[in-house]
Design a protein around this ligand. Structure first.
Ligand code: GDP
Length: 424
């Protein structure tokens, strides 16, 4: 039985918490896309953690955690994060990396940084973790699978070929020093030593778990609108953020994904460049940013202030639809308790015409929000455990969003902690 947890929006929807909640009840948690460029914030009995590379199931001793083939693996970040977790008394997790997972090479973050610098004010707002250069190389067939690090001749000869290409760009496009084969090779030998204990034939492990009807959780990173095909291209990420990509990035059979839980936040936030129709600015945004999340809406990886906005029904409906959501989880409802009235974006006005359909980027860039206002509940709803006990205005807000997105909201998160959840 395979379940996916994915984001309906731009990421940072609070997936980490919901995943952590469900992970303890799962036999296996698999990351299937993305890299260490985004982070989940998890608060549990061991403390508060920002996970970037590790699966969220690492806190439960019974759960097998897997880095699937679709992930961009940064070996140093993987090891550092693991050490941080172990230092804080979390028992050593059961953790495997697919031998087919590709590795962030030392030059990927370098190229990411140099390209953002070259683009200057046209930059994408990349976290400079090397994700875009990594996936470009993967699909250009000049990437490296973990397994290849263990074949000396293959590694050296492929590396020599790749560096020929990289060095032309470094010298003549970016005007910096070229890379030396011996240096990069030596570094990859160090990295393979670090990752060796975790490498496994993950394909087989996962297929066996599916056959044995184990509870498997696919853990998504970012959200629908950052998907390279379905999102706000080119202001997207470089790997698919959709549950369906689990069939590729984790290798589960296409017909095995039975539940898709789409996480959406009671207001909007986004990082990086690109159109964000329900965005708000100034004091209104500052107040929401500082009250948002568990300690304000600042990037879990970069510490950058997130762009803020009100709930966007158009984007969330589309986000749930492309995920094939079977249910939704609405997070951070508690954050909105300070507002007299709450705005929601219910349509996009483009060239004088209002639409409820999420448009392609050139049209999206011209979209203006159509607002609806609802009455706020003006109280603290943290601590409430039953839906019936929520104030009437909060229930009306949840039910309005539910009718707009067309997916049942079965979980409502009303605080950052694991137990702060209302099941419906
Ligand atoms: P993810 O990338 O989707 O996992 O999102 P994050 O980990 O960045 O989560 C966003 C922030 O919201 C984090 O600081 C979480 O601790 C916090 N958070 C999650 N659920 C809730 C909630 O229901 N209420 C509040 N106030 N914060 C929440």
């Amino acid at each position: 039985m395979v379940k996916a947890i994915v984001g309906a929006n731009w990421g940072d929807e609070g997936k980490g918490k919901i995943t952590d909640m469900l992970a303890s009840d799962s036999d296996m948690v698999v990351r299937f896309q993305g890299g260490a460029n985004a982070g989940h914030t998890i608060i549990n009995e061991y403390g508060k953690f920002a996970l970037h590379q590790l699966p969220s199931g690492i806190f439960s001793a019974n759960t097998v955690n897997i880095i699937g083939h679709g992930v961009a693996l940064d070996i140093h970040k993987f090891i550092d994060e693991l050490n941080t977790v172990l230092e804080r008394n979390v028992p050593a997790p059961r953790l495997y990396v697919s031998e087919r997972t590709q590795v962030i090479m030392p030059y990927h973050p370098l190229f990411d940084t140099l390209e953002e610098r070259r683009l200057s004010d046209r930059s994408f707002g990349s976290t400079k973790s090397g994700i875009a250069p990594f996936y470009s190389d993967k699909y250009a067939k000049i990437g490296f699978q973990v397994a290849e690090l263990f074949d000396d001749d293959l590694l050296r000869s492929r590396l020599a070929n790749v560096l020929t290409i990289k060095n032309v760009l470094l010298e003549h496009l970016y005007h910096v020093e070229p890379l030396k084969l011996d240096d990069v090779y030596a570094e990859m030998i160090v990295q393979r030593g670090l990752i060796r204990p975790y490498v496994a034939d993950v394909s087989n492990l996962i297929r066996e778990a599916v056959r044995a009807n184990k509870k498997i959780l696919l853990e998504g990173q970012l959200g629908s609108l950052k998907d390279p095909d379905h999102g706000i291209y080119p202001f997207t990420t470089s790997s698919s953020t959709l549950a369906g990509f689990g069939t590729i990035g984790a290798g589960v059979p296409a017909n095995s994904i039975q539940e898709v839980i789409c996480v959406t936040k009671a207001y909007s936030s986004a990082v990086g460049a690109g159109a964000f129709v329900s965005e708000i600015f100034g004091e209104e945004a500052n107040e929401l940013r500082n009250r948002g999340g568990d300690a304000g809406e600042y990037g879990a990886t970069t510490g950058r202030p997130r762009r803020m906005g009100w709930f966007d029904c158009v984007a969330a409906r589309y986000g749930c639809a492309v995920q094939g959501a079977t249910e939704a989880a609405l997070t951070a409802l508690d954050v909105l308790g300070y507002l007299d009235t709450i705005k929601l974006c219910v349509g996009y006005e483009i060239d004088g015409v209002v639409t409820r359909d999420f448009p392609v980027t050139p049209r999206l860039n011209r979209a203006k929000p159509v607002w609806r206002e609802m009455k706020g509940w003006k109280c603290d709803i943290r601590g409430i455990r039953r839906y019936a006990d929520l104030p009437a205005e909060a229930k009306a807000y949840v039910e309005f969003i539910e009718s707009e997105i067309g997916v049942p909201i079965r979980k409502i998160s009303n605080g950052p902690r694991r137990e702060e959840i209302i099941l419906r």
